[in-house]
Ligand binder design. Sequence first.
Ligand code: NAP
Ligand code: ZN
Length: 347
Amino acid sequence: MTSVKAYAAQAADKPLAPFSIDRREPGPDDVEIKILYCGVCHSDIHTARGEWGGTVYPAVPGHEIVGKVTRVGENVTRFKEGDTVGVGCFVDSCMHCVNCEADLEQYCLNGHTQTYNSLTQDKQSITLGGYSSHIVVTQHFVLSVSDKLPLEKVAPLLCAGITTYSPLRHWNVKAGDKLAVVGLGGLGHMAVKLAASMGAEVTMLSRSKSKEKDASELGAHHFKLTTDKDTMAELAGSFDIIINTVSAQHDYNEYLNLLKTDGVMVLLGAPPQPTPVGAFPLIMGRRTLAGSLVGGIKETQEMLDYCAEHNITSDVEVISIDKINEAYERTLAGDVHYRFVIDMATL
Ligand code: NAP
Ligand code: ZN
């Protein structure tokens, strides 16, 4: 075991604070990584504050990790000391169920191990995430990161990037599709960039008028204010696909009505509370309400390579780790442009 520095929440109602954690010595298949940057996802906040239930304290969030390899085990062939690598939302899975074999480890039928607050595969401990100086991850779950792009802007691709890329690919988004993104935060801004890069006609649906100019700079072709009833009425039946990234409870029915016949709304946002869905917004127009969880390892590598090729990164505000509690408050207030990223050298 190596003792490393971290930031942890000790309870749902306590701010994050410095904490020391143990990392395992790298086994034969392990990669030890010195973390350079870690993005701040809204899921970190849901977990640190116990909003989804089941948080085990002390909790160390962080699943948008970019760093350098410091040590590798004897079976590791894909990575060597000094390589630039990434770690996303999960660090292990059973590797033999039908979903793992289909490169869908995030839907592992025996339960995947998330990067933080998750049971390890041997069920002996709970994972601790990227708000820490080092992490040790089995090689299959480590991603190669191009040195071509600024690494602080790459970190958010490991969750916000893949979470939005995966449904765009699964639902085959292509040139000319009319696509809407709901909520302009970390996920939302990546959805806009990626969908626009695939040729979709992108409409930003936001409750924040102040984000209109940014939405256009990110690549959205239209901006519509969701708080305006007349606008929402005019948009009925407009979209082939809606990517919904809203983190708080809201009325899904209002947005389902904006879909064309056979349109689909994909839920990415994970509000803790359930929301009633009426039959009629679905029946009228054979519409689909779907969900999607991050993306598998193979697809995450594909997304990183796609972003390197198309020069797509996240718009970030780099913070020192002592500003993490302030960053949480600003994220909750919708004041994030468009991802906070922790410079881990400040730990
Ligand atoms: P974020 O940066 O806080 O963005 C969320 C956006 O939702 C806000 O910027 C805001 O956009 C909108 N919003 C927030 N509260 C709202 C409300 N009460 N009513 C309407 N709109 C509201 O969060 P994020 O990091 O992008 O994460 C978004 C959600 O996705 C979280 O629930 C997170 O846990 C979840 N998530 C899911 C996955 C997955 O695999 N499915 C992966 C990562 C994260 P406007 O100001 O533009 O309205
Ligand atoms: Zn995330």
